[in-house]
Design a protein around this ligand. Structure first.
Ligand code: AHR
Length: 314
């Protein structure tokens, strides 16, 4: 029996509200995607630090970017009888069977950072994370301004099937589709990693259309940073010969902007540990919470990089 239900049975919890000391004794199972990017590492640190600060027992599992590892971790959280399960799903689909098992075990689920596609919305309680479609739109709007609506674009997409890869493409295309002189001529996954971003950018540049590319849109900063290396190795100037816009707002992106090698980063805030555990605490206590909780974010270009860099926390 999980903590909330056992406290209720013992009369230690009234009207769905846990006492402060009871909330502190929560056990939370968290399945993280992996450590594919600087963003992800900052997200993991934020979650672990916040759990430690609150004295919450955190069962943390790193799935090394594999859905099957996440499913195994979720099943082990059921077996351990944790109070709440939270996870960042690597891809959107394929979660229904395990989510039904969790529901049968009576354990509430909180989605963190990425959403799932399920036919039954009661399979999770709430989702806290960024609006990835809007991030794609922000990148598109910035690019329209920067290029005057003329661009031959290469796109480095995220992990296939992942919510941010699908949504960031969608939001970006929504904006550029209204500008007939903006075209994506290359689009391939760099799996959200720096190494893959570099490798795919090299192949873009070597392709017959490589010389036409005037813009790179990368679904995250790590892939953009890898691509910058590939562009330099090809004898071109990143940020000048090829305009680069990416997403996340990690320190490395601000350094690249300050050096004139990256033009814009759309912020995606990974430091959601405090908000996540506020939510988990409420969910564990049976309090009602919104189904969708968004994170506030901005857009930064090279003109703001030097001033912003010392303030970046991730
Ligand atoms: O889900 C958030 C995305 O995942 C970040 O943009 C990316 O860097 C990470 O790997």
């Amino acid at each position: 029996m999980n903590l909330f239900r056992s406290l209720l049975a013992a009369g230690l919890c009234v009207a769905g509200v846990l006492s402060a000391s009871a909330a502190d004794k929560l056990t939370v199972g968290f399945s993280q995607i992996g450590a594919e990017s600087a963003w992800r590492t900052a997200n993991t640190d934020s979650i672990k630090n916040e759990a430690e600060k609150r004295g919450i027992k955190l069962q943390f599992a790193d799935a090394q970017q594999k859905q099957e590892n996440q499913i195994k971790a979720l099943r082990s959280f059921i077996a351990q009888g944790v109070d709440v399960i939270a996870f960042s799903p690597v891809v959107e689909t394929g979660w229904e069977p395990v989510l039904r098992e969790i529901k049968r075990a009576g354990i509430p689920v909180v989605l963190s950072d990425r959403a799932v596609k399920v036919s039954d919305p009661s399979l999770f309680v709430t989702f806290i994370g960024s609006d990835f479609v809007e991030e794609g739109r922000k990148a598109g709007r910035w690019l329209v301004e920067k290029t005057g609506g003329k661009a031959v674009i290469a796109e480095l997409t995220g992990t296939p099937g992942a919510a941010p890869a699908i949504d960031r493409k969608k939001g970006f295309e929504e904006i550029i589709s209204t500008h007939p002189e903006m075209k994506i001529i290359k689009s391939q996954s760099g799996d959200f990693t720096r190494a893959k971003g570099k490798e795919v950018m090299e192949s873009f540049l070597k392709s017959p259309e490589g010389k036409q590319i005037t813009v790179l849109y990368a679904h995250n900063d790590d892939m953009a940073l890898g691509a910058i290396q590939a562009i330099e190795e090809a004898g071109l100037k990143p940020g000048k010969d090829i305009v680069i816009v990416s997403i996340d707002g990690v320190k490395g992106a601000f350094e690249a902007m300050a050096a004139g090698k990256l033009n814009c980063t759309v912020e995606c805030n990974p430091l959601i540990g405090p908000q996540l555990f506020d939510l988990i605490k409420k969910v564990a206590a049976g309090q009602s919470v919104a189904k969708r909780i968004a994170v506030e974010e901005g857009v930064y270009d090279e003109s703001q990089a030097a001033a912003e860099l010392p303030k970046r926390q991730y």
